[in-house]
Design a protein around this ligand. Structure first.
Ligand code: S3P
Length: 489
């Protein structure tokens, strides 16, 4: 069945986390609209409540109790998304020391960003998480935080639980070996608690939402290269693909340097609107491209160039996509994205500086690759092995079950495209079991493949989708039933 209609997918996870964190550190009240209610972001809310922030959630204009925050996820997710807002009364950086271990579930972003804030703001804290999070590398933040003067203790010197002995930090000029927004943000947030020089250099610019939101809250930040949003708005308006790639190359072919300026107090009494998550939109984009007759519109999608690697790939694969209504909303580029079914997709090679710009989309992009005409390849993506699961291994293992010819490398994979008919033949009379290792993006990828092939698979715990996108199935339903929030025909 084709996908049709118009929806606004759930809001951006990265910005949702940061909105709670920075509003909690700010002086004044912040209203947050369009927050993403998912397990990961609820862990951020819980953590900041424990640091003393006053966070109120209003559903249908009535304040709801935060005693059992996760019961929020029992509300119909569509209604929760549309009829809820949050008010945060900030602490002006005077956070209190948590009196217990902070449990952060599956959320790497909460852990690494919060670690910077705790190192700067309190003397003693301990962080832990679920089995997946306890397997993710934390030495990457221990190294810079220790050179700022904190003490960070880790299990096997790399893993949670993590104990941070902090306060009275000094400055740092840190050259990060990885392009990681979590590492960069950890240092910048720790840096809010000192007056010393704070500089982070990364091999290529990673997502810059921390910088944008800090600037929105009146903190001074210097960046080189800095993205000129106006230039991108013009490019989208004029549908100037050549210029898009020219500017993208200019920005992402060099090191990124970020410094905190002198103004390090966050000033609020502002409202933050969070755009729709391009990483969540990606699942429906790929579904629509692969399912015959599909034609969808995705509203208010975040189009920040640090996140549009998937757009580069779609343009290069000849996908039928177009943009509308592109604009800047509280410091982020957003727009509507139209996608139509596209047969004969070209194969693609994804590597180098493109990787950080689409790191979370590689699982779902692997579906485009298996249906493209020819060999596609992902390289330089070793980071995928330390995400919520070892994504390189899970993509390869799961795709092999469909008779796909896929070769695994340490830093990626190469895959040969097949036709839908070939894949259907390969799985005839077979029961397919999808391993997820609790990884939400792996689960959603294969839920889309179910729709593309019009088949049912068995999943290892598909409930993990709630980590980032509890309304995933609701939106899929809307698009399948051609209703959309507005029908496109
Ligand atoms: C994120 C940064 C990325 C991304 C993650 C969210 C963020 O991780 O994969 O899903 O919000 O800062 P790294 O910083 O580890 O690359």
């Amino acid at each position: 069945m084709s996908l049709k209609g118009e929806i606004r997918v759930s809001s951006d996870k990265s910005i949702s986390h940061r909105s709670i964190m920075l509003a909690s550190l700010a002086k004044g009240k912040t209203k947050i609209s369009n927050f993403l209610f998912a397990e990961d972001t609820l862990h951020t809310i819980l953590a900041f409540l424990k640091l003393g922030a006053k966070i109120q959630i209003f559903y249908r204009d009535k304040e709801i109790s935060l005693k059992d925050t996760f019961s929020l996820l029992k509300i119909n997710p569509l209604s929760l998304e549309r009829e809820t807002y949050i008010v945060v009364e900030g602490l002006n950086k005077n956070i209190s020391e948590p009196d217990d271990v902070l449990y952060l579930g599956n959320s790497g972003t909460t852990t690494r960003l919060l670690a910077g804030i705790l190192a700067g703001g309190v003397k003693y804290s301990v962080l832990t998480g679920d089995a997946s999070l306890r397997n993710r590398p934390m030495k990457r933040i221990k190294i810079p935080l220790e050179s700022m003067g904190a003490k960070v203790y880790l299990r096997k010197d790399n893993y949670l639980p993590m104990t941070i002995i902090g306060k009275n930090l000094k400055g740092i000029s840190y050259k990060s070996p990885v392009a990681s927004a979590q590492v960069k943000s950890c240092i910048l947030l720790a840096g809010l608690f000192t007056k010393d020089k704070i500089k982070v250099i990364e091999p290529v610019k990673s997502r810059d939402h921390t910088e944008r939101l800090l600037r929105f809250l009146e903190v001074s930040i210097k960046e080189d290269p800095k993205i000129e949003d106006k230039v991108f708005i013009e490019i989208y308006k004029n549908k100037d693909v050549e210029k898009y790639f020219e500017i993208i190359n200019q920005i992402f072919s060099k090191e990124n340097k970020v410094c905190l300026g002198e103004k390090r107090n966050l000033i609020s009494d502002k409202e933050i609107f969070i755009p729709a998550d391009i990483s969540s939109a990606a699942f429906f984009i790929v579904g629509a491209l692969l399912i015959e007759g599909s034609k969808i519109t995705l509203k208010d999608v975040l189009l920040n160039p640090t996140r549009t690697g998937i757009i580069d790939v779609l343009l290069k694969m000849n996908a039928d996509i177009s943009f509308d209504n592109v604009r800047v909303e509280n410091g982020e580029i957003v727009g509507d994205l139209k996608v139509r079914y596209t047969p004969n997709l070209k194969p693609i090679e994804i590597r180098g500086s493109l990787i950080p710009r689409l790191i979370d989309e590689i699982p779902i992009l692997s579906l485009l690759m298996i249906f493209a005409k020819g060999k596609s390849k992902v390289k330089d993506a070793k980071e995928l092995r330390v995400k919520e699961s070892d994504r390189i291994s899970l993509i390869c293992e799961n795709l092999k079950k469909f008779g796909v010819n896929i070769e695994e490398f340490e830093d990626g994979f190469e895959v040969e495209g097949l036709s839908k008919e070939d894949i259907l033949k390969n799985i005839e009379n077979k029961k397919i079991f999808i391993q997820t290792f609790l990884d939400h993006r792996i689960a959603m990828t294969f839920k889309i493949l179910e729709k593309v092939l019009n088949k049912k698979f068995e999943f290892e715990n598909e409930d993990c989708i709630k980590t980032s996108f509890p309304s995933f199935n609701y939106y899929l339903d809307i698009l399948e039933n051609s209703g959309g929030e507005k029908n496109n025909e």
